[in-house]
Design a protein around this ligand. Structure first.
Ligand code: UDP
Ligand code: MG
Length: 237
């Protein structure tokens, strides 16, 4: 039995959003999704037997999403699905879309929604777990609508790691993971895309009362002290 605990409402706070839209999300698909009635796939991810618990984990590049996801996995047994990692796996497996995905990531832009949602869907469907952290997705309103349309459900909650830009830049430049997009030029582009396209997603879910905003400054353990009660108090196991 799972239930929401009202005492956590103090963690909720409205997010500031830039209304900018750079047109990176593909307009035609967006329009199709906004005019269509939602028809979740029968027997898919959102079916009775699967009934997954979905947490979206959002925040700018270097805001600590991956680090905190590892701690949530260790403590609460969630399955971690990093959208960026799934896309990088597509590149290294020489899939037909690999070259396009690589170019998109190098530019700090957003990969077409259906592609990312399909990768996430495959992981959810093939997992024995029913609790998922979806890290770094959805990155724009079109991503969000595509997920809700294809998967047929919304996230139960959304974590938002709020971190100042100078701190995020410092972390990304010092993490040395050999990523093609961890250079100052691409980071600047990613930060712009985050402010223009991802903040509206956070605003959308804030209005629905689903967002838990976390101060992303501090050590990993300090930040996890804010994350921990969300998972222990939010649901009664
Ligand atoms: N990306 C994307 N769609 C997603 C997730 C990632 O297009 O749903 C691309 C995008 O170009 C992004 C890059 O992959 O800048 C790296 O994403 P990741 O979440 O790994 O990095 P972060 O921004 O958290 O450092
Ligand atoms: Mg990451």
């Amino acid at each position: 039995m799972w239930r929401r605990v009202a005492s956590l409402s103090h963690i909720l706070s409205p997010s500031k959003s830039s209304a900018l839209h750079q047109g990176i999300c593909r307009r035609t698909v967006w329009e199709a999704f906004t005019t269509d009635i939602m028809h979740p796939a029968i027997g898919g991810v959102a079916s009775e037997e699967k009934n997954p618990l979905i947490t979206f984990v959002l925040g700018g590049p270097g805001s600590g999403k991956g680090t905190q996801c590892a701690k949530i996995v260790e403590t609460f047994g969630y399955k971690h699905l990093s959208a960026g990692d799934l896309l990088r796996k597509e590149i290294s497996s020489n899939s037909e879309n690999g070259a396009m995905i690589l170019d998109t990531i190098k530019e700090g832009k957003i990969v077409p929604s259906e592609m990312t949602v399909k990768l996430i869907q495959k992981e959810i469907e093939s997992s024995d777990n029913h609790k998922f952290l979806i890290d770094g997705f959805p990155r724009c309103e079109e991503n969000r609508i595509a997920f809700e349309q294809i998967i047929g459900m919304e996230p139960n909650i959304v974590l938002f790691f709020d971190c100042p830009e100078d701190e995020m830049v410092k972390r990304v430049l010092s993490r040395n993971e050999g990523r093609v997009d961890d250079n100052i030029d691409t980071i600047k582009k990613r930060l712009k895309v985050f402010a223009a396209l991802n903040l509206p997603v956070i605003k959308h879910y804030t209005e629905k009362g689903k967002v838990y905003k976390i101060n992303g400054v501090g050590t990993a353990d300090e930040i996890f002290k804010q994350v921990h009660p969300i998972f222990t108090e939010l649901f009664v196991k």
